[in-house]
Design a binder for this molecule. Structure first.
Ligand code: IDP
Ligand code: MG
Length: 140
């Protein structure tokens, strides 16, 4: 299995509850290495651009409001099959459907305030990493 990278966001519901360390510990224990990390407050433009694929969905406006409601921690994660490994430890979008031991099962508040984002493909991971990090900010 190849070592690859994925993009993660620790969302405002998690930073608000001081769970940056708790979430990161679960990512690391799942075999992912944090090779870039910064705490930022997303602008409305950034959130709309980042979630552009969901623009037509009914929850888009609320999602942008939520993602700009407080600080987030954007991260690049590295590991074997990183995209799938991260999606597995994240758990289902709706915490009510998330498996035991996943980040969303342990920490998420709701289908919207679900504590973490993770890229869904290698292609999107590359796009999302480039959205927030310059190449020299990622240190493997
Ligand atoms: P994912 O984060 O598991 O990949 P997506 O379908 O890509 O899920 O949705 C992006 C984000 O939009 C979710 O993580 C969640 O914060 C929010 N979201 C998704 N579906 C709903 C919904 O039905 N109601 C409210 N928010 C939603
Ligand atoms: Mg998604």
């Amino acid at each position: 299995m190849a070592v690859t990278r994925t993009f993660s966001i620790i969302k405002p519901d998690a930073t608000r509850r001081n769970l940056t360390g708790g979430v990161t510990k679960m990512l690391e224990e799942a075999g992912l290495r944090v090779v870039a990390s910064k705490r930022i407050h997303l602008t409305k433009d950034q959130a709309e651009g980042f979630y552009g694929v969901h623009r037509e969905r009914p929850f888009f406006g609320d999602l942008v409001k939520f993602m700009t409601s407080g600080p987030v921690v954007v991260q690049v994660l590295e590991g074997e099959d990183a995209v799938k490994r991260n999606r597995d430890i994240m758990g289902a979008t709706n915490p009510a459907n998330a498996d035991e031991g996943t980040i969303r099962k342990v920490y998420a508040e709701s289908i919207e305030a679900n504590s973490v984002h993770g890229s869904d493909s290698d292609e999107n991971a590359a796009i999302e990493i480039a959205f927030f990090f310059k190449p020299d900010e990622v240190v493997g």
